[in-house]
Design a protein. Sequence first.
Length: 80
Amino acid sequence: MEAIVVQGESIRLEQFLKFAGAVMTGGEAKQLIQSGMVKVNGETERRRGRQLRDQDVVTLPDGSQLLVRIKEEESAPKKD
């Protein structure tokens, strides 16, 4: 299982597939997701806008799995 680190609090499934390099385009991601070929945490997911959170596992059609690792953006230190 490969861990993919993303910035922020969450990421949409469609964006995650592109970011991880599993697909080249948004259209390809849309087709893959809507055809029921992608699973999130073992469940078929057809919503490309599904918000992924830290520790979610995305399973691709070839059986490979990607672990979502969220690295929250660090805020700048406050100036006094």
